[in-house]
Ligand binder design. Sequence first.
Ligand code: PEP
Length: 249
Amino acid sequence: MSALIIGNWKSNGSKETNKLWIKDFFKHIKDDAESISAICPPYVYLNQIVDLCKRSNIKIGSQDIDFSQGARTGSISAKACKDLGCNFSIIGHSERREFFKEDNLDIRKKLICAQDNNLKIVMCIGEPIEVYDSGTTKEFLKKQLIDSIDGLDLFNDFTIAYEPIWAIGSGKLPSSEEINVIHLYIKDIVQSASKNNFTPKVIYGGSVSSKNAEDLFKEDHIDGALIGGASLNGKEFANIANIYINRGH
Ligand code: PEP
């Protein structure tokens, strides 16, 4: 089962607060929701979290990987993440693109490297507000996708996270119907551009909370969620995963 409700803790957490999070999460999560849930703590806490979760079905991922290893001071390789017990890694998050100047081709290299190391991938794409306002979201996403996956064989539960940049941390998001249409479009593009005609799961990210989760998850092509702010609270995150498991389809 792939991870479909994923918490990205970003640069948050401490040894003490992580323990409290884990306690809260396991107190509230339903058994069948556990195996579709995953958290991505900062690298330095991966060992602690893997250890705290070892008797559970929750998956652990890294927030990013480098596209290579060896003489790359300060970076973390796919091989090291796998070695620490990560099931998958996020790549292409808009904060990596904006603050660390990563482009579509860097993300393509990361994807190839992860697949070579048998590490699953959740690849983020998403448009800025100017693109959304001008009605050219599909064209923008198509370029991100084609640059990063065209002609590649995709496997290992390869997943896309559609995250409109303007929806991240803002409390504003497109309607669930709009998101559904975009997800179907993303599936079509990936299917026709990948060498093996692979249809990915597409999860949504941007201001997801337990208040809007039910409305989002009723849509056929919203296969899960990537959650930032709301994932910092173990109970809130568990509630979102429970809502997903109880959705009607
Ligand atoms: C994110 O940054 O990936 C994200 C979805 O953040 P938030 O849930 O806080 O909008």
